[in-house]
Design a protein around this ligand. Structure first.
Ligand code: ADP
Ligand code: MG
Ligand code: MG
Length: 250
């Protein structure tokens, strides 16, 4: 599904990613961990195609197609979802109306007509029940006055509605409380299927107690310096990152 080969990328002429190799197959969950500033968010942004980031070497393939040159929107339409891609506050636009528009835009890009209102309602009902989101929440203005947990809930709702083939969740340094952790984990676990893949970026080992990854990778100085299974996450929890830095610098 996703094949990253010797990826180098820079932002504002500063080289950040220094040769990333990563292959993610359908049905897999990968966790990317690593110390602050190692390039985790940059990697997520480059895969999603954010404009500020420039690929200087290597390639990103999604479903066998090179997507390096595609705009973020086009990648999204092909099934790549990045959390916090739509973090804006939009007073007067409800959670539901926002996602309806996003879905119909995706359909349009795929040459399809708008989803019939009846089907849309059914989908909204199904996904909101699955995620235990109540109706009141769905009619609130997008992100306006949302708490951390509510932002997560909205993000996971967007993910469930769009049903991406590749979901990249960047759990940034902002403290995820236990509620938010559960919301994210619950959503990911329910979305998981043999046809899609999830990449979770985190430096909280705790999240990985809820979302059990098939593979764990450690990013350091713009490179994946170690890969393993969920045991690696436990080892990192116990020992921190210093031993990895020492191994790399030895
Ligand atoms: P992580 O998510 O692992 O904490 P980031 O990808 O956010 O790391 O950052 C990696 C490095 O790239 C840092 O040194 C950071 O300052 C730099 N960086 C990331 N995004 C930008 C940007 N938009 N402009 C300038 N520097 C950036
Ligand atoms: Mg950071
Ligand atoms: Mg980050």
């Amino acid at each position: 599904m996703l094949k990253i080969d010797n990826l180098h990328a820079s932002v504002e002429d500063k080289s950040i990613l220094q040769g990333i190799n990563l292959e993610v197959k359908a049905g897999e969950v990968h966790a990317i961990m690593g110390p602050n500033g190692s390039g985790k968010s940059t990697l997520a942004s480059v895969i999603a195609g954010k404009e500020e980031y420039e690929v200087t070497k290597g390639s990103i393939e999604f479903k066998g197609e090179n997507i390096d040159e595609l705009a973020a929107e086009e990648r999204a339409h092909k099934g790549v979802f990045l959390s916090f891609q739509y973090p804006v506050e939009i007073p007067g636009v409800s959670v539901t109306n926002f996602i309806k528009t996003a879905i119909n835009e995706t359909r349009k890009a795929q040459g399809l007509n708008d989803m019939p209102a009846k089907d849309m309602l059914k989908l909204i009902r199904e996904k909101s029940e699955m995620l235990e989101i109540d109706r009141k929440f769905l009619s609130r203005s997008l992100n306006e006055g949302f708490s951390g947990g509510e932002k997560k809930r909205n993000e996971i709702f967007q993910m469930a509605m769009l049903d991406p083939q590749l979901a990249i969740l960047d759990e940034t340094d902002s403290g995820l409380d236990i509620d938010a952790l559960r919301i994210v984990a619950n959503g990911v676990n329910k979305l998981k299927s043999k046809d899609n893949a999830v990449v979770v970026i985190t430096h909280y080992q705790r999240l990985l107690d809820y979302i059990v990854p098939d593979f764990v990778h450690v990013l350091y100085n713009g490179k994946i310096v170690k890969s393993g299974t969920k045991e690696l996450a436990h080892e990192l929890e116990e020992k921190g990152y210093d031993w990895i830095k020492e191994e790399v610098n030895a």
